[in-house]
Design a protein around this ligand. Structure first.
Ligand SMILES: [Zn+2]
Length: 125
């Protein structure tokens, strides 16, 4: 039973770690697969001859898979926080950047570096 709690935690942890990347979306969408596989296997091996159960046996696992997938996708679209030495727009590595402007995308909201003195120069110009 603990697998019902453990499984979404793993999916959501991967989704969180790789949010805004294709891995996150792929893992969230693929999380439906194992649930469907378990239901199909259970149906095949445990409920032989119980064809009348077919539609209802999918309701609870279907809702479960839907919630795991939907929450995974919600986590996937959450923005990643830029590291202190990354551009907040394009994540370009700004180590050693003293201009205060990202050379990759031109974003001027680069946090000033200690000892750079670029703020004084920029404000005077
Ligand atoms: Zn940038």
């Amino acid at each position: 039973m603990i697998v019902f709690v453990f499984y979404p935690c793993v999916i959501w942890l991967v989704a969180f770690s790789y949010r805004r990347r294709w891995v996150s979306f792929a893992v969230s969408l693929a999380s439906v697969g194992p649930v469907a596989l378990v239901v199909l296997l259970a149906q095949h091996f445990l409920a032989r001859g119980a064809q009348g159960l077919f539609p209802t046996v999918w309701v609870a696992p279907g809702l479960y898979a839907l919630v795991v997938c939907a929450v995974g996708l919600l986590i996937s679209i959450q923005p990643r926080r830029a590291r202190e030495d990354e551009c907040r727009v394009c994540r370009y590595d700004l180590t050693g950047n003293r201009s205060g402007v990202c050379p990759e995308c031109g974003d001027a909201s680069v946090p000033p570096r200690e000892g750079s003195g670029s703020d004084r120069t920029r404000n005077a110009a």
